[in-house]
Design a protein around this ligand. Sequence first.
Ligand code: NA7
Length: 872
Amino acid sequence: MVTRNESATGAPGAPDIDVVVVGAGFAGLYLLYRLRGLGFPTKVIESADDVGGTWYWNRYPGARCDIESIDYSYSFDPELETEWQWSERYATQPEILRYLGHVADKHALRRDIEFSTRVEAARWDGGASLWRLRTDRGDEIRCRFYVMASGCLSLPKALDIEGADRFAGEAYYTSRWPHRSVDFSGKRVAVIGTGSSAIQSIPIIAQQAAELTVFQRTPNFSRPAKNGPVSAAKKAAFDANPRAYREAARMSGAGVPREVPMVRALQVSAAERLAKYEEAYESGDLLALSGTFTDIGANPEANETVCEFLRGKIRSIVRDPETAEALCPKNHFYGTKRPCIDTNYFETFNLPHVRLVDLRKDPIRTITEKGIDTASRSFEFDAIVFATGFDAMTGAIVAVDIEGRDGVALARKWADGPKQYLGLMTSGFPNFFTITGPGSPSVLSNMVVSIEQHVDWVSACLVHMREQHLTTIEPTPTAEVGWVQHVNDFADITLFPRANSWYMGANVPGKARVFLPYVGGVDRYRKTCAEVVSRGYLGFAFDGPGGARCSDGVIRRVQPDVAIVLEAIEELGVPALDTLSVENARALTVVMAAERPPGPQVGEVVDAALPGAAGPLAYRLYRPTGAGPHPIVVYFHGGGWVLGGRDSDDPFCRDLCVRSGAILVSVDSRHAPESRFPAAVDDGFAAVRWIAAHAEALGGRPGQLAVCGWSAGGNIAAVVCQLARDAGGPRIAGQVLVTPVTDCDLTRESYVANGEGYGLTASLTRWFWDHYADPADRRRPKASPLRAADLSNLPPALVVTCEFDPLRDEGAAYAAALAAAGVDARHLPCRGQMHTSLPSVDVIRSAAAARAEIGTALRRFFGVSTPAAIES
Ligand code: NA7
C-alpha cells in the first residue's frame, strides 16, 4: 500500500508525494536514486515483484545484452565500476538482473518501490496542479510529477496470429518467459519470429529440442557476437580513465565511444570496402558495420554493399542453398530493422533436426490445437515459442489511461503518432515526463547512456522549478510541432523510413506509421537538450508562485543535413571566401569540390566549346540514357560571376539531367573581376542562341529549350530570358531559377536574418557584387532582373528559394513580380535549407524533394508527364 504520510502538508488536494515513477528498470532505479538525493520524495511503482524492468521479464534462453557490458552499465556511481566486474563481454540476462539488484541493494532503493502494482490511469487535476494516479490495487496517489520510465520495449505486441489461444501444448513468449526453467528435451518445438529474441534463443532451444521449426516472416541481418571474457583492450581503455571514457560515450553518436567514419563507402575500392567490412564483422561489435563508412545509413547503393557482404556470409555458413537464400534479408536495408549479433544462429540451420519455414512463401493460416497450419502444410508441436516482439516505444505509455489538461486522452493525442518535445514531455500534459520517450535517441543508442541523460535533465529541471517557485511545466505546441518535424526530417535523410520495422511502428497492425526514435545521435541530442535549458528552457511554459514564464520557439529549424554540413565547415576551419584573393578563393572552391559525391550516372558526358560573346566558352554536355532526341536545358553555374566553371556544379547537372530527362548543357561564362558586367550575361545569351541554333546537332529537339541556373547562374538565366524576349528569340520554354540573384539591394530582411552562419554570407554577396558590377550598373535590369520595367511575356518559371539564404527574399520577390506580370511563375520555398543546399547532391539529401520538383517542372516545360527514374 502507498503510505499517505509522505505528503508535505497532508491537506486535501495536496499531493501525497512529489514524484511517482512507473518502472523499476535501469531508468526508474536511477531516477529514484537521483531524486531522492535531491530531496524530492519519490515513489516507484512496478508491476513485477522485483527490480529489473526489461531484464526482469526477458528471461528467455540465451537472453543477453548486445552492447558490451562495460558500456551498458551505470556511470553515476563510480564505485560500481570497481566493485562490479562483468564476467562476459556481453552479459547474460541473469547477470544484468543481478547487477540491477546489487544497485538497488547498495542504494537501498527497494524501500521506495511498490512492487506487484500497476498504474492503470493517470488524470491531471488542473485545479490542484497534480496528477491523480489509480493503481490496480484501487489506490489513488496524488503526485506533482508523474514519470513514465516504463521502457521502450516492454509491452509485448498483441498476438496477431489467428487461433493463437487454441494451441493445447506449451506456449511461451520470449518477453514473458516463466521463472522456472523450461526443458525442451525430446520435444517438437516451434519458434515464431526471427528478431533479436529469436536469434538469441534459437541456438539454445535447438540444443535441447528433438525437432525445432523456425517460422520466419522476415529474415534478419545478424553476425557473430564473438562473446567471451571482457576484452583486455576494452577493459584497459576503460580503466585508463573511466570518467573520460564515460564522457566519450556521452558525446558519441550511439552512446559507445568509437571513431567516427570520414569516408564514403562508394569512394573507395571494392577491396578496401571488403577489408573494412571483414574487420567490423570479426569485431563482434553490433555498431561496427554501420560505423565503417559515412553513407551506410543514407545511401541505398552504399548500404547494399553491406547487405551483400552479409548475405555472402550467410551463404558461406548455411549448407543448404535454399535455406541459406531464405535466411538472406532482401527486403530491407542493413540497419533499418534492428540488426542482431548472435552465437551460432545461422550454424543452427545446418543441424539435421532444425528446419526453416519461409512464411513469405508459405504463410501461417492458423494456429491449431496441435500446432501450426500454413497455407500448404500442417505442423504438430509440443511447444510454441512466440518471439513476436513489442509494441515499441509508445505501447507501454499509452497502455495507461493518461488524461491531461481538458480531459484529453494521451492515446487519442498520439493516435497518428507520438507528439513529443525532445522525447521528454508532451503539450497538454503538465508535469508528465517520459524517460527515453519517442523522439529521443533511446533505442538507437546505448540505452543506459540515454537513460542517464534523461534522468539528469529531468532532475535538473525539477531543481530549477523548486528554486524558481514554479509549479508546472509543459512544452508549447510550437516547440512540440517543431521537434516532431525535426525528428522526421532527420529520419527522412536516412533509409529507416523505407523498412517495415518496429522503429516505424509497422510491426503492430493499425499503429501509425511514424518513425519513433531520434536518429540524430546521442551527442547532438544531448547538446540540444542543454541548449534548450541555456536558452531559458526554450519551448517550455512554466507557471507557479514564481510567475508564469515561457521562452517559446523551435530549437532546430535548419534541416539536419544542412546543420551537419555547416558544422563540418566550421570544424574544418574553412576560411571565408571574401577574406581571400580571387585566385585563392577559386582554388579553394576547386579543392572543396573534389571531396563531394559525384552525382548520378548519365548516358554520356561531352566537353567542348562554343562561341561566346567575346571568344570561345567551355561547356559540358550531359546526355540522358535512352534514345534521343531530347529537350535541352542550358545551365548556368553559381559562383557569384567570379568563381566556378563547368566542373563546379557537375553533380547537380547530372542530377538535373536524370530528373528532367533532358540534355543539360552547362556553359561557362567570362568571370569578374577580369571581365565585369555585362560579360557574364552577354556570354549567357550568346550561348543560348548558339545552342538553340545547333540543337539538332547536339542531339536536342528543336524548339524545346529551357534555361536553368543557380545563384549568380540563376541571375544569368533570368536575364537571358528577358534578353531573348526583347530580341524576339530564341524561344525559351521555361526558366528554373535556383536561389537566384535578382536584385542588388542587400538590405532585405533575409540579408539581416541569414547574413551570417548559413554558408553564403551577406558579406560574401557584397564581395561578389563589388567584383562584378559598378554601383550604377547593378541597378540595370541586365544585372538586377527584378528591376525590369516589364516582366510580362517571359517564359514560365520555377523560382526556388531557401529559408536560410540571404537571397531568399529577392528570389521570392522575383517570383511574385513575374506572377503579377502574368507569367506562369511558381515559387518553391524550401524549409530549413541554405543557399548551397540544392546543388549539394547526395550531401544535402533533404533537398532531394526540391530537386525532384525541378525535374518535374522542366519536364512540364517540355510537355513530358512521365516521372523521372531516380531514387531520392
Ligand atoms: P522483434 O525484433 O520485433 O522481432 C519479432 C519477430 O517476430 C520478427 O521476426 C517478426 O517478423 C516476427 N513476427 C511478429 N509478428 C508475427 C506474425 N504475426 N507472424 C509471423 N512472424 C511475426 O522483437 P524481438 O523481441 O526479437 O526484439 C526486440 C528488440 O529487443 C530487439 O530489436 C532489441 O532491441 C532488443 P517481421 O520482421 O515483423 O516480419
